[in-house]
Design a binder for this molecule. Structure first.
Ligand code: 13P
Ligand code: ZN
Length: 270
């Protein structure tokens, strides 16, 4: 067996959580990440027949039967992941209907996966249906996106268009826009289902007065998605109260679509 602490999926997760903390997106235990693993690669590091304990998930996800995920622990601080990955992270495998998570590694202090597991796994199901290469669901609390949900209309088209207008690259990075949910109780199956439904159309879903979810093929791509949306929100919060002299026009958005070979979400451009 190879040493799991040298596994690329683990080292990348550690770097990502440290970066997210450094950017202020994950105060205290805020935020959570799930990464879908390749069972063959994982078996180079772990005996997949050795289950440490079983933890109920509280929901069903039959399409994820037998799939393994690296998941941040509930109540754990992103700033601490790098110092004790085995306590702050865990590797789970879903049973045949997804109602039980078999712990294969981690949560070494008796802990368990994030309280947002429903939103994560339901979002994985939704994104895998759109893109079989999706591997990551990431949640965090970036300050400017959060601030924007207090002062901006929560209509998805309006919210997306404002972010696109804040930097030229936004529409190129997330042409599918952002889904927006009103305030809902977090950590529930209900917010999980609502998030997954939005994930059918966009890889970013804002939770008003709470934070954002992103999904992507790897940790870097997903991090970059949230980073770009947060940059857009940062510009917005700098200028929202000032008179605007100009912005990016729909005609210019169409030029960006043609030049970068992207297609804006249906109906979001004039
Ligand atoms: P967990 O500590 O359970 O991951 O919750 C953090 C969070 O951001 C809840 O939305
Ligand atoms: Zn949160």
């Amino acid at each position: 067996m190879k040493d799991i602490l040298t596994a690329p999926f683990l080292t990348e997760m550690i770097r990502t959580t440290a970066n997210m903390y450094r950017l202020g997106w994950d105060e205290r235990n805020g935020g959570n990440i799930s990464l879908l693993l390749d069972n063959a690669e994982l078996s180079e590091y772990l005996d997949l027949n050795h289950v440490l304990r079983e933890i109920p998930t509280g929901f069903q996800a039959p399409s994820l039967a037998g799939r393994c995920f690296l998941v941040t622990g509930t109540g754990k601080y992103f700033k601490n992941v790098q110092y004790d990955p085995e306590k702050n992270l865990g590797i789970i495998r879903l049973n045949e209907d997804g109602t039980v998570a078999q712990l294969l590694w981690g949560y070494s202090d008796g802990g368990k996966f994030t309280s947002e597991l429903p939103a994560h796994l339901m979002s994985h199901v939704a994104r895998l249906a759109v893109n079989p290469n999706n591997r990551v669901v990431m949640h965090c609390h970036p300050g400017n996106l959060l601030a924007m949900t207090y002062v901006h209309d929560l209509d998805e088209r309006a919210f997306t268009r404002t972010l696109w207008q804040m930097c030229t690259e936004c529409i190129v990075v997330f042409p599918d826009g952002v889904g927006v949910l009103p305030w809902m109780l977090c950590g529930t199956n209900e917010i999980g289902m609502a998030t997954a439904e939005k994930m059918q159309d966009s890889r970013l879903v804002v939770w008003a007065q709470h934070g954002i979810y992103g999904a992507g093929a790897d940790l870097d791509e997903t991090f970059g998605l949230i980073e770009t949306a947060e940059k857009g929100a940062e510009i917005y919060m700098k200028i929202a109260h000032l008179p605007w002299k100009q912005t990016i026009t729909d005609e210019q958005f169409h030029q960006l679509e043609a030049h970068f070979g992207v297609k804006a979400r249906e109906g979001f451009l004039d």
